[in-house]
Design a binder for this molecule. Structure first.
Ligand SMILES: [Zn+2]
Length: 461
């Protein structure tokens, strides 16, 4: 699986004269100014070549006749095979015709066209990577383009500058570590220092793993990456878009072992398995409500301030409000990261093959589209789409399958015998005298999670 990390870069000035440093900036700007034009030329050329093929075919009477016959239904198998054979021959003829007019394979034409007009002296090494990128992107979309469902890609000024790491001994293009700082060595002796900022997404660890120097010993492989220049208010910021190939963890799985995740009433998340006693509650409702209340207090006091001193300078007072909202969103996101990590770690520990969650669509709603009483708190207060998608990609990385189940009845039926029971906020009671659970107080969230783990009602959409 390939992931991309965005890391700010600072062009290193140390060891360079001011003039050399300016020269390096000029070099970067000249690439940036011309790269998108090269990309557009390449993609246009590829498209034109495909269109010429179509043109040649449609001008060939024999070919068109064959297509017409092949389009008929109820053709006998041998007849169809014969027609197909003829079509193959005609296509070869067309191809020969084509190469009589255009002697060189078109990808190479497009390429030399760009290099010959390489007025900005975009280095051939960068052009090589650009060509690969444009080609692979073009061929991914070629079918849709041919059907007229989309038009060809348009590259814009400021597109990331692609490059490949040098894997030879001399490693002229590489990331390296020096005195606990990380640098990118690039073309034309450019050197950038990687700046991780607050590093919420652990980018430094990713870089360490690429270098094989992380404490956990994990090894990632850095793939073709790019540098993006962002001009804003007269200054230019540089970012490394580091693409990393993350190996799938190899985990032991017990076939048919399923972890069910209930987005619960008493705790934010409850996890249980389909065939055993393992269970785990994740997060605390109190902590969540406290944090939430504190955000709301901050919010209200700011709002009050805004009301009392209306008019003049109101815009200035909106900013702190937006900042509180932002802080709250970040907090939720951070919690989701922690929760999803715990969910996947639990699944790994019990060696589960599958994680099951309730389907998002109509989440927490009953058949009448009303939000069910027991889900009101989570639906109103949490970003569950985000949480579920985080669980999904973290599970995928660990080689665990994620499935969604129909949420109906998960809280009202007994996870032991499948009969309907009764529940209050905290407990579930089975009413079936034959059942092992009869007369016991079962944790309601545990019961729900186990029902989800056991559910066979998998929903695909
Ligand atoms: Zn029961």
């Amino acid at each position: 699986m390939v992931i991309t990390r965005k890391i700010e870069l600072h062009l290193v000035h140390t060891g360079l004269s001011d003039e050399e440093y300016d020269q390096q900036w000029k070099f970067l700007h000249s690439i940036n100014d011309n790269l998108y034009r090269a990309a557009n030329r390449l993609v246009n050329q590829l498209y034109l070549n495909d269109e010429i093929d179509i043109l040649l075919r449609y001008n060939n009477k024999e070919y068109m006749e064959l297509r017409k016959q092949l389009a008929k239904k109820n053709l006998d198998k041998p007849v169809r095979a014969e027609l197909k054979e003829k079509e193959k021959l005609v296509l070869e003829e067309i191809k020969a015709h084509r190469s009589a007019i255009f002697q060189r394979p078109y990808a190479s034409v497009a390429y030399s066209m760009v290099t010959s007009q390489n007025e900005a002296n975009i280095m051939t090494k960068i052009l090589d990577v650009l060509k690969q990128d444009v080609l692979s992107h073009y061929s991914t979309n070629a079918k849709e383009v041919a059907r007229g469902e989309r038009s060809i890609s348009n590259y814009r000024y400021g597109m990331p500058i692609p490059f490949a790491f040098d894997r030879t001994e001399k490693a002229s293009i590489c990331i390296y570590e020096e005195n606990k700082k990380y640098f990118l060595k690039w073309y034309n002796n450019l050197r950038f220092e990687l700046s991780f900022g607050r590093d919420r997404s652990n980018n430094q660890l990713v870089v360490q793993r690429c270098l094989g120097i992380s404490n956990d010993g994990a090894k990632y492989k850095a793939c073709n990456s790019s540098i993006q220049m962002v001009r804003k208010n007269g200054s230019t910021r540089l970012f490394l878009l580091l693409c990393v190939d993350v190996p799938k963890e190899i985990n032991k799985h017990i076939k048919g072992k399923v972890v069910g995740i209930d987005l619960g009433l008493n705790v934010p998340i409850y996890a249980a398995v389909n065939d055993g006693p393992e269970r785990k509650s994740i997060g605390s409702r109190e902590a969540f409500l406290d944090q939430r209340a504190s955000f709301q207090r901050r919010f209200r006091s700011l709002q009050k301030l805004q009301m009392t001193k209306g008019g003049h300078g109101r815009l200035h007072k909106l900013e702190p409000l937006e900042r509180v909202r932002e802080a709250e969103r970040n907090w939720v996101k951070n919690q989701n990261h922690l929760f999803s990590k715990e969910v996947v770690e639990f699944a790994k520990k019990v060696e589960a093959e599958i994680i099951q969650m309730e389907r998002l669509k109509n989440f927490g709603r009953d058949d009448n589209e009303e939000i069910k009483e027991d889900k009101k708190y989570v639906v109103r207060n949490w970003s569950y789409f985000e949480l579920q998608s985080m669980i999904e990609y973290k599970a995928k990385r660990a080689g665990i399958i994620v499935q969604y189940v129909n949420p109906a009845y998960t809280s009202q039926t007994c996870s032991e015998c499948g009969q309907k029971g009764i529940r209050d906020n905290i407990h579930f009671k089975c009413l079936n005298p034959e059942c092992n659970c009869f007369g016991k107080d079962i944790h309601a969230d545990y019961n729900g999670a186990r029902n989800i783990a056991k559910s066979k009602e998998i929903v695909k959409d």
